[in-house]
Design a protein around this ligand. Structure first.
Ligand code: ARG
Length: 454
């Protein structure tokens, strides 16, 4: 494509080193679409005859169909998807093919293709996030009343419901979907017409091209348009954070499915055995999810690092943007799908979660709240309950089994009704503040989410 100035062939190793066709072939549909929009603008500018345009369009469509069918031979000598398709076009239609690249560079072409790809993948990923949210909401409804300890520092804190715990992840995933939707606004602008870096002396209607490609508008600075990879960085960050959330959920599941917790059971179809220990049933999906989060971070850091030292505008380093992007998209897609399926089949062992939540220590805070309602300042109430907790530990008496006398020795404010706070059902039902875990709240939150996600 650039032979005019060169008297030597590109060395084999340079071809091997520099090719991107082995992975950027997946932009072929976007490349064809971008090229047709570009050719139409040439037609409207009088640079192509109607016949030449028709040949280019039909040629590109036939190439696309062949690629769809697996009948395209990619060549690393042609470096990337753009040159492979253009050279194939000229092979098929002759001279008209040579006109397609007028007023275009691979620099604005690759930016256009990548933006089209990102836009499509954002939509696909958001749909997958929504699927996982829906499954979580269904589980949350099913376990709206199942009590479980809520933890801080992985020490039992206060009782919550499984429904409330699961809905926490629905919130995180919702922010993830929002972040992708927001990033989409900055993805969805058209660099085509920015040329190699300085536009072109041949004026094509950039607004018409943008409209045909369903971009919101053309980019407004040719140098920025060529050099910008922010939109990829944003996506990689958003996906890394999806990974973070799924990894935290995985960690919960790994704990919940251990014999020590026994809170949840995963289906046989979503667990694996051991080649040595016959009894094992391992939560591999959760572990691999946790593990894959590392590569999502790695992809973000690889992209940021590739871009950070680059003078304006295009530098070949930018070709290194694609593998991290494709890898994160593929990784998060499979991760979301397998987790959705696994969680749909997950069962909660309610006797185990109830037994764990029945530790009266979980309601020590409620006992302090009781004292507050008797007029004791919270700091003093905290101390008075702390003393009762110490007595319970010392005398090996469960906190709810301390006698009226023992309690009243600590403070007169402990009335005979103090022990009512240890009624778990009552304690949960009392947590009705907006955002609190009462079964009633969980149910109305599930309703809100189902409405939003339907
Ligand atoms: N394969 C290249 C990339 O992905 C396309 C742009 C090449 N441009 C150039 N001036 N060599 O970045």
């Amino acid at each position: 494509m650039w032979k005019g100035r060169f008297s030597q062939q590109t060395a084999d190793l340079v071809q091997q080193f520099g090719e991107s066709i082995s992975y950027d072939w997946r932009l072929y549909k976007h490349d064809v679409r971008g090229s047709i929009a570009h050719a139409r603008a040439q037609l409207n500018a009088g640079l192509l005859t109607a016949d030449e345009f028709a040949q280019i369009e039909a040629g590109l469509r036939s190439i696309e169909a062949d690629i769809d069918a697996g009948n395209m031979e990619w060549s690393i000598a042609l470096e990337d998807v753009h040159m492979n398709i253009e050279s194939e076009l000229t092979k098929r239609i002759g001279a008209a093919g040579g006109k397609l690249h007028t007023a275009r560079s691979r620099n604005d072409q690759v930016a256009t293709d990548t933006r089209l790809y990102c836009r499509e993948m954002i939509d696909v990923t958001i749909d997958l996030i929504r699927d996982l949210q829906r499954v979580l909401v269904t589980k949350a409804e099913q376990y709206a009343e199942s009590v479980v300890p809520g933890y801080t520092h992985l020490q039992r804190g206060q009782p919550v419901t499984i429904g409330h715990h699961l809905l926490a992840y629905v919130e995180m995933l919702d922010r993830d979907a929002d972040r992708l939707t927001d990033a989409r606004k900055r993805v969805n602008i058209s660099p085509l017409g920015s040329g190699a870096l300085a536009g072109s002396t041949i004026n094509l209607d950039r607004h018409a091209i943008a409209a045909e490609l369903e971009f919101d508008r053309p980019t407004t600075n040719s140098m920025d348009a060529i050099a910008d990879r922010d939109y990829i960085a944003e996506i990689l960050f958003a996906l890394a954070l999806v990974g973070t959330h799924l990894s935290r959920f995985s960690e919960d599941l790994i704990l919940w499915t251990s014999a020590e917790f026994g809170f949840a059971t995963l289906s046989d179809a979503h667990t694996t055995g051991s080649s040595l220990m016959p009894q094992k049933k391992n939560p591999d999906v959760a572990e691999i999810t946790r593990g894959k989060t590392g590569r999502l971070y790695g992809n973000l850091v690889a992209l940021l690092t590739a871009v950070k030292g680059l003078p304006l505008t295009y530098n070949r380093d930018l070709q290194e943007d694609k593998e991290p992007l494709f890898d994160s998209i593929d990784t998060i897609s499979l991760t979301l799908r397998v987790n959705t399926e696994m969680i749909a089949a997950m069962e909660i062992n309610e006797e185990r979660t109830l037994a764990a939540a029945s530790d009266p220590m979980l309601l020590a805070t409620d006992l302090a709240d009781y004292l507050v309602k008797q007029g004791v300042p919270f700091r003093s109430a905290h101390e008075l309950v702390g003393t009762a907790v110490a007595l319970s530990v010392e005398t090996n008496t469960p906190l709810d089994k301390l006698s009226d006398e023992q309690l009243q020795n600590i403070s007169e404010s402990y009335g005979p009704d103090a022990r009512e706070v240890f009624d778990l059902k009552r304690a949960l039902a009392a947590r009705t503040n907006p955002g609190a875990p009462s079964p009633q709240n969980v149910r109305s939150e599930c309703q809100r989410w189902s409405d939003k996600l339907s």
